[in-house]
Design a protein around this ligand. Sequence first.
Ligand SMILES: Cc1cc2nc3c(=O)[nH]c(=O)nc-3n(C[C@H](O)[C@H](O)[C@H](O)COP(=O)(O)O)c2cc1C
Length: 370
Amino acid sequence: MLPLLARLDRWVRRLVVSTIPPALAVWFYSQTRRWFLERLARAQPERYVPPPAAGVEYWGLRFQTPIFNAAGMFKAGRGYSVAYRQGAGAFLAGTVTLYPRRGNRKGRIVQPFLSYPRSQAASNWLGLPNPGYQYVVRQLQQFLSQPGCPRGISIAPPDELAFDEAADALVDGLFLFKNIGIDFVEINESCPNTQTDREAWDLVWKRLEIVREKFLRKRKRFVPVVVKFSNDVPLSMVADIVAKLCDLGFDGVNFGNTSTNYLLHRKRIHLREQRYYDFFVQNFGGGVSGRPLKEESLLRCLAAVEYLREHPPAHEFVVIRTGGILDAEDVAESLQRGIHLCQWYTGYFEQFAQWGHRLYQRIVEHLLSS
Ligand SMILES: Cc1cc2nc3c(=O)[nH]c(=O)nc-3n(C[C@H](O)[C@H](O)[C@H](O)COP(=O)(O)O)c2cc1C
């Protein structure tokens, strides 16, 4: 049922996002996105078992394929079964914060989202909606990790608290999820994006030092922690970021999150979709995802890989690429160039519309034949 709907929508969306008024398109796709994700999280497709050669191993964890969902797809922690059965390399829940968040709303539009089908891109201004730690813990406690598909949690400091309290809430969350047996953690540090945000960067490092002191050094069971940054991070800062993360004892980096570099990405939006893009940016702003980020995520991850080659860390450090991963070729290129793992969000739905639940199978078949 869902694959059929997605396939149909692939064509309908092209029509919608070129003919109907932009406000209506945003309203419609903001509603249907949530509807679709709720159903996707409950789907029970036939299990695809990737051949062992498709798997990779990091931190002592086995990933049955080198790609899995990016944060934001299974925010509430539901959907492990569908990810595992499709053959995803892992399941990443969240981003979750201490307290529940309703997300952004403007007029009648709740959690604004719009995808641009011809551009294989999307905009969102969701505002990190999530049901809070306790709810997600209860969801994650309902199942165990299956071999080849570790469970991860994306977690962010609550921005409604003062700095110290928010950092402590983040640390509490790390222990809470570690104690229920989560396999890895991703800290969502996606905000500062220019070198001139000195103050914001200082706070990021101060927070990550607190995590080092209060969590990394105290974890008795090894739970790897990676930090996710925006794809807007200046390329010139990547080596320094990786060096600092290694020194602090973090286990990986993810480049990265959505972009607010609207002018740059506008050129990458199909002509027929630019008025929808402009409407979204002018009314909500938000983050751009999908194909426009392809080069940005690749360049940042390659800079990280290069730094690690020249300065081999004393402990295992994993580079994750997120942003504009659209198909098997993107995954193959990432792996060939030394990037360890990939995540996808916008591309996942493009591929789901074509291949339904067999989307990871398509990637594996391509990876093993190339
Ligand atoms: C609708 C939507 C919701 C998202 N929610 C989150 C989130 O909760 N936490 C997070 O770290 N990133 C979130 N992201 C960013 C994605 O995880 C990913 O980093 C970004 O979309 C770039 O990847 P892509 O080009 O494959 O979409 C979200 C993206 C979208 C489109």
